[in-house]
Structure formats: structure tokens, C-alpha cells
Design a protein around this ligand. Structure first.
Ligand SMILES: O=C(O)[C@H](O)[C@H](O)COP(=O)(O)O
Ligand SMILES: [Mg+2]
Length: 256
């Protein structure tokens, strides 16, 4: 319906496990018309931040990532070198020899300058230990997103933020998160798609027992309509103003 009305669409997700190309395939399977260029995920956001803002220089120009292939694909699309991720060699128990190898550095890649965490379905003590060691060696701490939960099958599962929580606890500092609702993600989306904030509507899907009705926030001119979010803070960007739920009725008046 939106397409038939000539609206520009952008599909934004914090789920870092898939790449933009993966989402295009998923939309195809659901019969939803979509181009790869219309997808913007937190893996892509992180890859852009690393390649275009951080611009890692040798000898520390590699990313150690804890996550799934979506992160790897997007880092590769931006020409960023990485290790960790889906490497089968790291999907195992920690062995006694691993402690010594991490301690003396022989298990560490000397080129790693960033630790990037995302939703990792294969998180384990070995990967957490490697990530912690890289942070202690001075690597920057980034996250695709830090959502506490992952909605799936009509209920909630631990999200990316819950998976990276042990590392945050060990390191004692939060990562820079590059998914929603970070300003970096919003700026990158606005920069890439060149739309007018004052004529933009944002729709989310998150349901929570505390907030079971739509909540709308106004983001510096961008009308955001989030049909249920798990936490109010998730969309309170730039001092966003939350307006009464009845505001949603006015959507029909939007010309943009
Ligand atoms: O990374 C996670 O925890 C979840 O995949 C993430 O919260 C999903 O985000 P969404 O698709 O709702 O943007
Ligand atoms: Mg969602």
C-alpha cells in the first residue's frame, strides 16, 4: 500500500545475525517486495562506523567479533578484516591450555584493534575470554546493538545485550552501540536515504507486558510511531517528546 502511494521505504533492524542480502531473501520468502538497498541493519551500521569513521590503520586494523554471519558479511562488504565470528575453531569448550595461550598472547591476533559484539547464538567462555583479553590490550569496544531481548515465536529470548553482558561486566565499561537508538545509526540512515525528517514515520513491532499499546515519540521533527517497545528509552533520542497514544489517529493526516 505504501509503495502504491509512492512512499520511500527503509527496513531497519537491530538484529545483526543477518546481512542486508539475507534480509532481502527473507522478504522474498514472505512475498514482501524489497531491495537490498532498502535494508539497514545494525551489522551494516557497525561496519560503516568502523570503515568510514574509525578507519582502522595497521597494525591494528582487524576486528574480533562475537556474533553470527550477518556481522561478517557486512564487515566484508566494507572491506574490514575480522576474526572470531563464526570460526568453528572457537565453537568449543575452553581447554586448560587456552588460559596460558591467552595469557602469553599466543592465542591472540596482534592486529585486532576492535572488539565488536552482536547477537551470538554460540557464545561461550573461550570467545568471552578472547574478547576480554583484546579489550585489556586496548581494543575499542563496540556493539551492533545492546537490546536486552530478542522477540521470537511470540515470546522473548535473550538479546544481543544479554549475550554481551558478561564482557561488559568483566571490562567494567559499556560498548559503543551502533544500532537503534544510537545517533550514529540514525545519522547514517538519514545520510544514506536522504529523506525529510519532518515527513518520516517510523513503525516498530516490539511488544511488552508493561506497554501493550502504541507509543509515539517525536524525534526532532521525525514522527516515530512505535507500536509497543520494551523500554521507553529505546526511542527517546535527542530529547524525544512522547505524545499521547491518541496521536496515532492523526497519522491519516500525514501527507509525507
Ligand atoms: O539483537 C537482538 O537482541 C535482537 O535481534 C534485536 O533486538 C532485534 O531488533 P529489531 O529487529 O526489532 O530491530
Ligand atoms: Mg523489532
Amino acid at each position: 500500500m505504501l509503495r502504491s502511494k509512492g512512499k520511500q521505504l527503509v527496513f531497519v533492524t537491530n538484529n545483526s545475525t543477518k546481512s542486508r542480502a539475507d534480509y532481502k531473501k527473507k522478504f522474498d520468502s514472505m512475498g514482501i517486495p524489497c531491495k537490498v538497498e532498502e535494508v539497514f541493519g545494525s551489522s551494516y551500521s557497525a561496519a560503516i562506523y568502523i570503515s568510514r569513521i574509525l578507519k582502522l590503520q595497521p597494525p591494528k586494523n582487524k576486528v574480533f567479533t562475537s556474533g553470527e554471519s550477518g556481522i561478517e558479511q557486512e564487515l566484508a562488504s566494507e572491506g574490514v578484516r575480522f576474526c572470531g565470528g563464526t570460526d568453528p575453531a572457537l565453537r568449543r569448550d575452553m581447554e586448560p591450555s587456552d588460559y596460558a595461550a591467552i595469557a602469553d598472547g599466543s592465542a591472540l591476533d596482534p592486529e585486532v584493534g576492535v572488539v565488536l559484539t552482536g547477537l551470538d547464538f554460540h557464545v561461550n567462555y573461550l570467545k568471552l575470554s578472547l574478547g576480554f583479553a583484546y579489550l585489556r590490550q586496548g581494543a575499542q569496544f563496540l556493539a551492533t546493538n545492546v537490546d536486552s531481548t530478542l522477540p521470537n515465536s511470540h515470546t522473548l529470548f535473550p538479546g544481543a545485550g544479554s549475550v554481551s553482558a558478561p564482557l561488559v561486566k568483566a571490562w567494567g565499561k559499556e560498548p559503543l552501540a551502533l544500532g537503534k537508538p544510537s545517533q550514529a545509526m540514525m545519522d547514517a540512515i538519514e545520510g544514506k536515504f536522504q529523506f525529510d525528517r519532518s515527513r518520516t514515520c517510523m513503525v516498530g513491532d516490539r511488544l511488552n507486558t508493561d506497554i501493550q499499546f502504541g507509543i509515539e515519540g517525536k524525534l526532532g521533527g521525525t514522527l516515530a510511531v512505535l507500536t509497543g517497545v520494551s523500554k521507553k528509552e529505546e526511542f527517546l533520542i535527542d530529547g524525544a517528546e512522547v505524545v499521547p497514544s491518541a496521536y496515532v489517529d492523526k497519522l491519516g493526516d500525514l501527507r509525507g
